[in-house]
Design a protein around this ligand. Structure first.
Ligand SMILES: Cc1cc2nc3c(=O)[nH]c(=O)nc-3n(C[C@H](O)[C@H](O)[C@H](O)COP(=O)(O)O)c2cc1C
Length: 259
């Protein structure tokens, strides 16, 4: 029980206790990039703008009432327009700006994030998206593009295996994997960043639920996965960057929409 009590500490807002801790921003150390750089030799794919005409359900009350976790997907492909809509809804960058009070660069996005740190990258396991090869991609939020990291015809099976054998995860047309890059938030908030980052991750996934519901797609939040295997799959080091949340997305048959 003592151990559990200790582990709970990071969930608390212990600002008084942290008063004397100086963050790297306060020490005037350089700000880390707001987006992970990518290898220019990799294939980059333009995404269309998020389109309003995809929306089939526009009543916010209706969307909130009907939102639920959907785990049965059919074999239909997603379109690039649909994928673009989901990426924009979860991490889309509306503005890059500096704060009046500091010279720190911040991105203003479609989701909130403590201090606008947005310490996430979005990886996509593409299984069935029209016009895209199967494989692992990353969303370049600043330019609203995708970068192809690795082509892989068996990527769906691999993500199912790494999701503690929750087979439905890899059966989606695409699986979102959000990684966290802690230093982007620690640079400003030091230890208090950790609680904020997990709260922020919830915003991404809830926006995914809402966006999916609005355009007739199904999704399910996934917190149960093998950390090491998922990190390996998306090729991150598991230390300065690691997966925090997953969500498969797919089309579904209305008769199957129960769960
Ligand atoms: C943080 C989090 C982690 C979750 N992890 C899983 C998971 O690993 N597997 C799964 O099938 N559902 C998972 N879920 C979905 C929940 O089981 C689901 O939200 C809950 O049963 C309520 O159902 P509803 O979303 O349809 O309202 C997760 C949900 C959240 C918010």
């Amino acid at each position: 029980m003592e151990k559990l009590n200790q582990l709970r500490e990071f969930m608390k807002a212990n600002f008084v206790e942290w008063e004397d801790i100086e963050s790297d921003q306060e020490k005037k150390l350089p700000q880390p990039p707001v987006e992970k750089p990518y290898d220019n030799n990799l294939e980059v794919i333009d995404l269309p703008e998020a389109k309003e005409d995809l929306v089939i359900k526009s009543s916010i009350l209706d969307i909130i009432n009907s939102r639920k976790s959907r785990r049965k997907y059919n074999d239909e492909e997603l379109t690039l327009d649909e994928l673009s809509f989901l990426l924009w809804s979860t991490q889309g960058v509306k503005k890059v700006t500096t704060n009046d009070a500091s010279t720190a660069i911040r991105t203003v996005r479609t989701v909130p994030s403590a201090g606008a740190r947005h310490p996430f990258e979005t990886y996509l396991i593409i299984n069935r998206v029209k016009g895209l090869k199967k494989g692992i991609y990353r969303y370049l939020a600043l330019s609203h593009k995708l970068v192809l990291i690795l082509e892989d015809d068996n990527i769906g099976e691999k993500v199912s295996e790494a999701s503690l054998k929750q087979v439905f995860v890899g059966s989606g047309a695409v699986t979102f994997i959000w990684s966290c890059t802690p230093y982007r938030a620690e640079w400003r908030y030091h230890i208090s960043a950790h609680k904020d980052m997990l709260l922020d991750a919830g915003h991404l996934c809830e926006n995914l639920y809402i966006a999916c519901e609005a355009i007739g797609l199904g999704t399910c939040a996934i917190g149960a996965y093998n950390q090491e295997e998922i990190d390996k799959l998306i090729m991150v080091d598991g230390k300065d960057e690691f997966a925090v949340y997953l969500a498969p997305v797919g089309k579904y048959d209305l008769m199957n929409s129960v769960e």
